[in-house]
Design a protein around this ligand. Sequence first.
Ligand code: 5GP
Length: 207
Amino acid sequence: MSPQRRGVCLVIAAPSGAGKSSVTAGLLALEPNLTRSVSVTTRLPRPGERDGHDYFFRTPAEFDALAQSGGLLEWATVFGRSYGTPRDPVETALAAGRDVAFDIDWQGHNNLRSALPRDVVSVFILPPSLHALESRLRARGSDSPAEIDRRMAAARAEITHWHEFDHVIVNTALDDAIISVRAVLQAARLATHRQTSLPGFVATLIA
Ligand code: 5GP
């Protein structure tokens, strides 16, 4: 039998530059049943970012209207800009047994946990050192030195939230980090409460 189940909300959080996007991309390439939640933001696109793929880029007025109408599961202000998670795609995916990955910050994690307490499984990714984190931020090349300083300060603040997460992975080697996140996802899929067809299946075993 192949049991039906509810999808997993896999939150992957990290300070900017810890390698979160690479870990998430690697995991998505391995897991066809996993889709990425595309957030709405009021920040401007970076070079190469596409509307509807990396983010839904919206004006502050459009963002506020969406939040007020209940269209967002959670939202927060990060670096002075608004970021939020659209509600409908997530609820549809979970009900259909599809897993959703969230690249959100610690506030988003707390908010999403409140909104979907039975669905969230969270992973926090730490850089192997602060030096490695700064190198990764500089390698992007798209942010000004002042912006990098701001993101470094924000990274230290983000790291203080490590203990709020279910799992912590130190990203020393990308491939190992991807294997670890994948293991978390696979275990979460097997959680008893997510396997919605189990009561009926077990009833046939003990009848
Ligand atoms: P960036 O501007 O570098 O793409 O993202 C900045 C921060 O916003 C990151 O820490 C990212 O995880 C967070 N973020 C992205 N989308 C969301 C969202 O939908 N909700 C919340 N709370 N944070 C988000």
